[in-house]
Design a protein around this ligand. Structure first.
Ligand code: MN
Length: 701
């Protein structure tokens, strides 16, 4: 275990300005806080945070991050409070320690690939400050190094799985390949002990059989480069057992068939030497086509730079060679952390010029007040357009920003979305249009009687929810159009002198080129087939004498719109008809039926081509929205008296808008849900008699 003075000296070695006092205080505080707690290894617990801090010094991180490493488990595992940390170490260290503690509390649910990917993104989004993530990764790395001390095989397995699925890829994501590879290796040993042992053994056999190939080839490469006057360090190594195993899995190859189990790195001083070295190597050995990659002229997204090539040596041995400068090498190994060190001015260098986003990131880390502000401005913003929420069981669900409980329900399961009626967010009931935030726990309430509501389309944002709602609306639309069209067909057929036989209908369908009667009914409801054409198809010549613009049902009964959802197969006109009103329909070609009150002024302006339908409400009463304009005296309680009266009449107010306002009077537009016109008239009559109300009228259009 690192001693106190050793740790401080390590930090001082790369950062002479580091706050020595801060580090000493953190060390002493952590020793006291963890007291006599022990690790599974039998070591004092305190050795763990100190080793984590040690790993962080390898990354040349700043004093606050090192202190955070030392303190990272005190909030979770000891009686230390946030107030203690803030008082002794300041608000920055508190924020970092708190961030690491929060990350540790997230229960990992890694049964599915999707969950793992979500959790990785969530960890990034929650970290806010990249240093929180670095401490968390160092914490995990040390826990993996000491994994074998844990007695429970199940627990070891779970931690290794989590490391493989979450933390190793996360380290790779920010370019910390050294961390990533070590974590993968340790996890692989735990998860696939037999495969691991067998690969280790085969590598040993290979070394024994062929002499030290790595050493021999290293010498070859060194000689070729020296010949061209290039001073280079050549590092050769066997690939790690995990990367060999993965390659075997991916290509379904046995170990013997695997061509490249050794890899080399050529490290030079200047960028230009990278290309010269590449030229020398390609001149000497044949290259394997398709394996050359220039990540210097086109760096990877995370900033990785290197030349990669694979050549065939000694007639049969494929070796991968990476060529890079010393700076590139350091960046490749340590990723973002390398740049963090630059910021400290440790190497006396400015952040590399080709890495502007890192410079920005560091800049913002310095000045951003909130994690949101930080996220907004950096590469971490890649997850800013998403929110991460939990199911009651703790499963993480990733959604686009602005998502609502409806989106959440659909993301969990289509059938949950289809039947959702309400939601609780963090235990509180919320409307379905509520906007979810990161970390919300969402519980969906469902009812088997529910169907997707066309209104949801107005606020659902995820593609899955929107598509499901559209699909449902379309299916329902077709269903209702078929029902409406069937009534229209009946009314039309009633005009003929004889009843329509099934045979005649069949012939008519063929003439009109409809596959079945439902298709004909839908077309009639949508107005995409003319009545005359239908009549002619049923009884040729019968439509001749019929004048247009007569209500279809003039001779028969009015067509009932009972049970049809407004906005689906029929659309209510702006005159806002309610049950009890005499209504007519305008059939607009290709649009469908618009329902208007008989005396609606719009009917006079109706298009030539629109057909009129005689409609009735049928018997079933559903509530409809009507609008009342009411003018009341400007005095306290007038609006309350009005709304009270409406409530006593059993109607629901859905919207109130102020229309006009002067010193003495206010005019309101009230949208109320009523069952029928009688109820509406009752309300209007009541309002007219109410004290303070000077006028109340139904509004049309
Ligand atoms: Mn820890």
């Amino acid at each position: 275990m690192l001693r106190q003075y050793e740790l401080v000296e390590r930090v001082k070695a790369y950062d002479p300005d580091a706050d020595e006092d801060l580090l000493n205080r953190a060390y002493v505080f952590s020793v006291k806080a963890h007291g006599s707690q022990l690790r599974a290894s039998g070591d004092p617990y305190f050795s763990h945070p100190v080793e984590v801090a040690g790993i962080l010094t390898d990354l040349h991180l700043d004093d606050e991050t090192i202190a955070t490493g030392i303190l990272h488990d005190t909030l979770e595992d000891t009686v230390a409070t946030p107030a203690d940390i803030e008082r002794l170490f300041g608000p920055n260290v508190l924020r970092l320690v708190d961030g690491v503690t929060k990350l540790s509390r997230i229960e990992a649910q890694t049964e599915t690939e999707r969950a793992a990917e979500n959790l990785r993104k969530f960890l990034v989004a929650m970290s806010g400050d990249i240093r929180v993530l670095l401490v968390k990764l160092a914490d995990r790395l040390h826990n993996m190094r000491t994994l074998h001390f844990i007695k429970s095989a199940e627990k070891r397995q779970r931690i290794a799985r989590e490391t493989m699925d979450i933390y190793a890829p996360l380290a790779g994501r920010i370019g910390m390949y050294e961390f990533m590879e070590e974590m993968e290796e340790l996890a692989f040993r735990q998860l696939e002990p037999e495969a691991h042992a067998s690969i280790v053994k085969r590598l040993a056999d290979l070394r024994e059989g062929g002499g030290d190939l790595v050493e021999a080839i290293t010498a070859d490469v060194q000689a070729v480069l020296a010949d061209k006057g290039i001073a280079a360090e050549v590092q050769g190594r066997e690939k790690r057992p995990y990367s060999i195993w993965r390659k075997m899995q991916r290509r379904h190859l046995g170990f013997e068939k695997l061509a490249d189990v050794i890899g080399f790195r050529v490290i030079v001083e200047q960028e230009e030497e990278c290309y010269r070295a590449l030229g020398a190597i390609h001149t000497r050995w044949p290259l394997v086509p398709g394996r050359f990659k220039d990540f210097i002229s086109t760096p990877r997204r995370n900033g990785y730079r290197s030349l990669h090539t694979t050549v065939v040596q000694r007639d049969r041995i494929r070796t991968e060679i990476q060529i890079r400068t010393r700076d590139m090498h350091r960046e490749a190994e340590l990723g973002l952390a390398a740049h963090w060190a630059y910021k400290q001015g440790v190497n006396g260098k400015e952040p590399a010029a080709h890495y502007p986003w890192v410079r920005d990131l560091l800049e913002i880390l310095e000045h951003a007040d909130t994690p949101e502000e930080l996220l907004e401005h950096t590469r971490l913003a890649m997850y800013q357009d998403q929110v991460f929420c939990f199911t009651p069981k703790g499963e993480l669900i990733q959604l686009p920003a602005g998502s609502t409980p409806v989106d959440f329900a659909y993301a969990v399961h289509t059938s949950l979305g289809d039947t959702c009626v309400g939601a609780k967010v963090n235990g509180m009931a919320v409307p379905l249009r509520f906007k979810l935030a990161n970390g919300d726990q969402v519980e969906i309430q469902r009812s088997s009687a529910q169907q997707p509501d066309p209104m949801w389309e107005a606020f659902a944002v995820s593609g899955k929810a929107r598509a499901a709602i559209r699909r449902h609306v379309r299916a329902r639309e077709r269903e209702q159009q078929a029902a409406l069209g069937a009534s229209m067909f009946e009314a039309l057929a009633a005009r003929l002198s004889t009843p329509v036989s099934d045979e005649a209908l069949g012939t008519a369908l063929k003439r009109l080129k409809f596959p079945d009667r439902a298709a004909l009914f839908v077309a009639m409801a949508k107005g995409s087939v003319e009545d005359e054409a239908v009549l002619d198809a049923l009884v040729p010549g019968s439509a001749k004498a019929k004048a247009r613009r007569t209500p279809v049902a003039a001779k028969g009964e009015a067509i009932s719109i009972r049970g049809l959802t407004p906005g689906v197969a029929v659309h209510l006109g702006r005159c806002a008809p309610v049950p009890g009103d005499r209504i007519v329909g305008l059939r607009k070609p290709g649009v469908g039926i618009e329902v208007h009150v008989l005396d609606c002024p719009r009917l006079a302006e109706a298009d030539e081509r629109d057909e009129w339908l005689d409609l009735s409400w049928g018997v079933e009463a559903e509530t409809h929205t009507a609008r009342i304009a009411a003018t009341v005296a400007n005095k306290p309680g007038a609006l309350a008296a009005m709304t009270g009266l409406i409530a006593r009449e059993g109607a629901n107010i859905v919207n109130v808008a102020t229309r006009d306002r002067d010193r003495t009077h206010h005019t309101y537009a009230l949208d109320i849900e009523v069952e029928n016109v009688a109820q509406l008239m009752g309300i209007i009559a009541g309002l007219r008699e109410a004290p303070g109300v000077v006028a109340a009228e139904r509004e049309r259009g």
